[in-house]
Design a protein around this ligand. Sequence first.
Ligand code: MD5
Ligand code: FE
Length: 210
Amino acid sequence: RQLAPGAVHVPGWLDPPRQRQLAAACRDWALGPVPARAAVLPGGARMSVRTVCLGWHWQPYRYSRTADDAGGGRVAELPDWLADLGRAALADAWQDHAAARDYRPDTALINFYQGSARMGMHQDKDERSDQPVVSFSIGDSCLFRFGNPDTRNRPYTDVELASGDVFVFGGPSRFCYHGVPKTIPGTAPDDSGHQAGRINITLRRTGLAD
Ligand code: MD5
Ligand code: FE
């Protein structure tokens, strides 16, 4: 389950009822005050995933409270129950209750992958905190590429992430390159509650103050 120090994969951590609850909540959030959208990178390329944010709004490559790139609305709050779920996942993945107790995510980024959507190799370095990222996968499986802190190229490890899996990235793995080269259509379990591609939820601490 541990791919590198701080990088832990827990297959099937979310039971099917929990997957269905999260999938339905994500589809609701996608219609919220700042609807899910495919972000446009500074160079002009549009991302192939659609993203909706809770707590803080992420735009490449910064966080804001209001979506000044998408209509100017204020994003919905991050619900306590979702932060609590992240804390519980961290406690189980790391078996470190002190780290979990101190985990205070303040934002969730929810990515919707449909069709040929993918995510290129990148680092998550817009946060001003080194608290871990907790990732939940729902729906179709994907190929996840976990790299290294120095280059977007090899060495990397490919792992399949399936519906219900948790992945935690912290410690020395927090700033490793990673990406999603493809999702695998038709692999969503019937009882996952999401048959329209893949959903990924990441919990993070931005380290920003209001
Ligand atoms: C996804 N999302 O499956 C992935 C899972 C993103 C993103 O990459 O930025 O929205 S999150 C994987 C992740 C987060 C932080 C650090 C590392 C991986 N890592 O060090 O490998 O949609
Ligand atoms: Fe990322």
